[in-house]
Design a protein around this ligand. Structure first.
Ligand code: NAD
Length: 491
């Protein structure tokens, strides 16, 4: 059944007549037709967000929190439907959307509803004698939110939650590959009573409506999660209006295993960390560095573990890894593997499409382990964004730090060791926004997520995200009515 979805502007469902299709990448079936917006619809969405801003910003944080919690209640009630829709548009396993994507999105929204009520800051006091200073933390106005396809609902909430909780109004543009759960979230927001214009959803290509959103003079900030190249383009596009930016970009996380580590835990951690969401995760463990003395043993045991990963149809509850996001993307991932082999690397596991006839119509690629690659090669340096990881040996702790830091990215990393001193030294020296010790991927709404280096700047989740979606104003009051202030040298 092909369902028709329309965009959501100023509290109304707007059919633009022009459409694009959404495909289930696990089967190749068209599952939806979606309105394609142009710059005219984008202009209307920004205008409605601008008009809705003063009233939304004037609500007390408790009132905004109540609406966000009501929205979360509706999402919770509809969770099974959201899980299935997310699985159908992304090809990820239903066990993942049911246990992670949807409940974690709802938890995140509830976190921001609460956090809006406890914004921390400096004390109001006389920093200059006779002058009282206070800090106001204010919303910015209209914020443009641009989300990717890998965790569509989750990435949407990571932006919508803090932006709305802080009192901004928004125009969100989801990825054209996966707009459906964002549109259904807007439907739930409407049901929750979030006023018209506070949340608008624009659907259409990044190069046209995304670009227009970034350039629009009434949009005060852009928050993008996407490819590092898209981030660079958006920095240029945003320059003419000096917009505040929040950029969550690519990653190429190192996963460093010392010889003293619990190898069984590291093998399981690398399998889960590398192949979660078919490896289409910005923090995925993609560069596995193993201390040379245990390298051969690790590779052999890891390959045995990988062969047990159950690749299959996403709606099957036994499936641990579904399809990739699209046929084009599968071809791109395959290209990376072919070039790695042509450059002298070896495939230790996977490296091809599965042969099972049930999977013939989907964009599948087997979990793949590459060895014998060089540190400077494309497969080690660039983000493949698929189920492909590289295993490399290292000799010393210093070399492990050097290799871990040797890419343009700095989103996340993990270190596996039982030595608490080594763990602390490594966590200080690795240049990444998150460092896990003896774990990889685990995230929580209270703690920040965001990049170092070319992985971007600004934090998602946590109180730091809420701060990012506000601006700071200093208000100073002269308390004694003095004509001549102490510093006045014109008398
Ligand atoms: P993408 O950069 O292709 O697209 C992201 C969004 O940007 C989409 O909505 C797209 O339509 C829009 N867009 C593209 N060009 C644009 C332009 N010129 N102007 C305005 N908008 C434009 O990324 P993707 O392929 O959807 O997602 C995968 C990427 O996202 C990976 O690089 C991954 O690492 C990254 N990612 C990062 C994080 C993080 O937290 N750092 C999280 C998830 C995904």
């Amino acid at each position: 059944m092909v369902k028709r979805y329309t965009s959501y502007i100023d509290g109304k469902w707007v059919d633009t007549k022009r459409t694009f299709t959404v495909i289930n990448p696990a089967t190749g079936d068209v599952i939806a037709e979606v309105s394609k917006c142009g710059t005219e619809e984008l202009g209307r969405a920004v205008c409605s967000a601008k008009q809705a801003f003063p009233a939304w910003a004037d609500l007390g944080p408790g009132e905004r929190a109540a609406l966000l919690n009501k929205w979360a209640d509706i999402l919770e009630r509809r969770a099974p439907e959201f899980a299935e829709l997310e699985t159908r548009q992304t090809g990820k396993p239903i066990i993942m959307t049911e246990t992670f994507d949807i409940p974690f999105s709802i938890d995140n929204l509830r976190f921001f509803a609460s956090a809006a009520r406890v914004l921390p800051g400096m004390a109001t006091m006389e920093y200059v004698p006779g002058h009282q200073s206070s800090i106001r933390r204010e919303p910015l106005g209209v914020i443009g939110l641009i989300s990717p396809w890998n965790y569509p609902m989750n990435m949407g909430v990571w932006k919508l939650g803090p932006a709305l909780a802080a009192g901004n109004t928004v125009v969100i543009k989801p990825s054209s590959i996966t707009p459906l759960t964002t549109l259904e979230m807007a439907r739930a927001a409407e049901e929750a009573g979030i006023p018209a214009g506070v949340l608008n959803v624009i659907t259409g290509p990044g190069q046209t409506v995304g670009d227009a959103l970034v350039r629009h003079p009434d949009v005060r900030m852009i928050s993008l999660t996407g490819d590092t190249e898209t981030g660079k383009r958006i920095m240029t596009q945003a320059a003419s209006t000096v917009k505040k930016l929040h950029l969550e970009l690519g990653g190429k996380a190192p996963f460093v295993i010392f010889a003293d580590a619990d190898i069984e835990a590291a093998i399981q951690g690398a399998a889960m960390g590398g192949f979660i969401n078919s490896g289409q995760d910005c923090t995925a463990a993609t560069r596995i560095y193993v201390e040379a003395s245990i390298y051969e043993e690790f590779v052999q045991r890891f390959v045995n573990r990988i062969e047990r990963v159950r690749v299959g149809l996403p709606m099957n509850r036994q499936t641990e890894m579904g399809s990739l996001i699209s046929f084009d993307h599968r071809d791109k991932v395959e290209g990376y593997v072919q070039r790695a082999v042509a450059n002298g690397a070896k495939i230790a596991a996977g490296g091809k499409r599965p042969e099972h006839p049930d999977l013939a119509n989907g964009a599948y690629f087997l979990p793949t382990v590459i060895v014998n690659a060089t540190q400077d090669s494309e497969i080690v340096q660039q983000e493949v964004f698929g189920p492909v990881l590289v295993v490399l040996p290292f000799e010393t702790e210093e070399q492990a730090v050097e290799l871990a830091n040797d890419t343009p990215f700095g989103l996340a990393a993990s270190v596996w060791t039982k030595d608490v001193f080594k763990a602390n030294r490594m966590s200080a020296k690795i240049q990444a926004g998150t460092v896990w010790i003896n774990d990889h991927i685990t995230i929580v709404s209270e703690m920040p997520h965001g990049g170092y280096k070319q992985s971007g700047f600004g934090k998602d989740m946590s109180i730091y995200a809420l701060e990012d979606y506000t601006q700071i104003k200093h208000v100073m009051i002269e308390m004694n009515g003095k004509v001549y202030k102490d510093w006045h040298y014109m008398r």
